[in-house]
Write a protein that binds this ligand. Sequence first.
Ligand code: PEP
Ligand code: MG
Length: 908
Amino acid sequence: MPKYVYRFCEGDKDQKDLLGGKGANLAEMTKLGLPVPPGFTVTTDACRAYLRDGEVPDELAVQVTRALREVEEELGRQLGDPDDPLLVSVRSGAKFSMPGMMETVLNIGLNDSSVEGLAKVSGDSRFAWDSYRRLIQMFGKTVLDVDGDLFSSALDTKKSDRGVTMDYELSVGALQELVSEFKEIVRKETGTAFPQDPREQLDLATEAVFRSWNTERAHIYRRREKIPHDLGTAVNVCTMVFGNMGETSGTGVCFTRDPSTGRAGVYGDYLVNAQGEDVVAGIRNTLSLADLEELDKVSYDELRAAMRRLETHYRDLCDIEFTIERGKLWLLQTRVGKRTAGAAFRVATQLVDERMITIDEALTRVTGEQLTQLMFPQFATGAERDLLTRAMPASPGAAVGKIAFNNEEAQAMAEAGISCILVRRETNPDDLPGMVAAAGVLTARGGKTSHAAVVARGMGKTCVCGAESLDVDAASKTLRVRGHDGVFTSQDTIAIDGTTGEVFLGDVAVVDSPVMTYIHSGLEKALEAAPDEDTRELVLAVDRLMQHADSVRRLSVRANADTPEDARNAVARGAQGVGLCRTEHMFLGERRQFVQDLILASTDEERVAALAALLPLQKGDFIEMMETMDSKPMTVRLIDPPLHEFLPDLTELSVKVAVDKANGVLDPADEELLHVVRAHHEANPMLGLRGVRLLLTMPGLIELQVRAIAEAAVERLRVGGNPRPEIMIPLVGSVRELQIARDRAQKVLDEVSEESGMDLSFPIGAMIELPRAALTSEHIASEADFFSFGTNDLTQTTWGFSRDDVEGSFFGHYTDEGIFGVSPFETLDRDGVGQMVRIGAEGARATKPGIKLGVCGEHGGDPDSIQFFHSVGLNYVSCSPYRVPVARLEAGRAVILDEVQDEAQATA
Ligand code: PEP
Ligand code: MG
């Protein structure tokens, strides 16, 4: 029979899976000899059995009896004894804290007779009857599913009838009446009487906690916090101690350091003559710990000693719930406290300075997510907001501006110095100028890897996407929001929060992030700009941990950068090279025409002319990039997207031709163009003529791009530069494709080398974006100087998910169903796509042990994915310039976390 029940004196802090966080920590505190009221924990195993079978396992009741008897013997009192009742609390406690998501029932064991006993032994009838009414209220609501408002309104009515405002001002008589009224509510709502048998109360409350695991709000919380749905919760049954026994009693929460700022020094709230949730519920103004010191020095000193003891024991910021019962301190809960991102960095380095942890450990106490939060501009806390809608938080930050419906508006506003938010149904490469001009981007369609999301993240621009309730009419330049009156125009201001996905109407104050100043302008400038000591300490903490991460990490960090400006940004943030320069972006705007000419060319001469027009432009791009990235590797990916992206839209052109034809004004060039557009149309362009396939079938394209790279390099070499381009072929599926592309590229390099007399031995490598490429990596590696895993496409092709469509359509449903916790386009799916990367890397190294392996998909900047890439032994990750610092930090953390894991395995 599984052991379903553990006394607090049996477990320890490492048993969170089984005892939940609260249970494990109660056990640990008991072990430390701290004043914890006796009790026991019902395991998560029991909860899972209940959730699986729909009923409490038989054995549980027996084990509960044994544990309860032991507690009773220890205290010399019995649960619900009419003369001197032992009372218990029943609290949920899962492995991960889910504040307020599940239920607590206090004062179990009270009934019509034990309430009298309690009154007698406590000498306080008011207290006894108040405890009883609380039990019926909490039990009724939580266990019996009675509408909680019925109890609160009865309580309110009673207070107003008696002319009082505070609960504690109600007389014994009033409380006795309330108890009767509450019992009547229970009888009326459930058809049965409030259970008088203490053990029945305990069993029903335990079952209710099990059930509360599956409430809607618990589900929503777990989804947001990425907590698996199958963990279940433990149940803690703890002897009641009372903070509501008069003026020498009270209840409080305290932190060993300030969890919100990270400031050293204790912090806490205390409420005199109160019980349980009263402190957090904000019913009355709380006192500070300093006030407590004045009120009750003995308890205060004991609390401070316990705080110090716990912090030393856990070697981290702890939060503690305590109760003082008639001058006696009891600790009811502790845990390593949740904290803000800023507090995480500060506390970690404080603990290093206090010699409590090593700097290596400090690195494990902060995360890339936290650094990200610290880098984005923020809406000022406490600012007034008017929520319009909520959608997908695609690129964090806070942006405020007037609504711009197109490029022209956005650019005009930017030029006039007016901040704007580009609002589109969805974006495509044509919207780039508007995105650049805008402070943020809001779309009605598309997911986290939609064009808007990817580009905005790449630019470090705030973006909220997939806001389905928006009706964006670009033609009439109006925005409607379902559920809101009114039509918004470019005269209206909105604010978007890319961290929460919220969209607000009107202005919301934004503040600059000091950590961003540090990343941008260095330590000295950031310290100069810091408005106070707290900020200085934060900046110093971030700097210290970043430096340590850089000193230990094995992964290099490169950036995905298509323009010299991106590249400069990336280098400023510590990028060691460019891991992906997407060259198709260089063919947009005015140059689109030349690409169209190339596609439309019907003779060799026309084609050669179009290529010749493109060559100097491409070369110019590369010269500037190479100058920016001098001496650093710069991976140039040859053109990838299908050609139709450079052609007019098929539907629009068809309509124009049809209309013009009907009106007798048809331009034959349009008809010809339509013919070509039709010929290039593909049902599934992502799986069509793109990448290496396009390079192999469109004569002259490889030669153009490689010549531009080679000639640019020659120019840089002539002025003493050190260009280090690496030529990358996208979407390779077979070694033969790579071989042909490589031979053609090499031929051009050789030609230019001969023409210039310069050594142009640049690496030529493959992007691994298809399962076939990963599975045949041994062969492909024979023709490649390096691999770069394009995990965006590799995710798309491994799962068979269209990256442009799926996130906005059914991913919400998939996460609800637990098919995955987070989109595989955001965090690498280790089990599937990760295996492809692993197989690809192993195959490549089998053929060429020293081959350089990198990753350049969006996952290159994702903390969890970076941990994985480190474990597979890749050489570098490449991510958007904005995420470079995050990648540096995570790459450092990966080394330490790996060591921790190895040590754990060695001792196991
Ligand atoms: C990829 O597929 O991971 C990649 C980096 O290429 P793109 O996103 O341009 O297809
Ligand atoms: Mg790709």
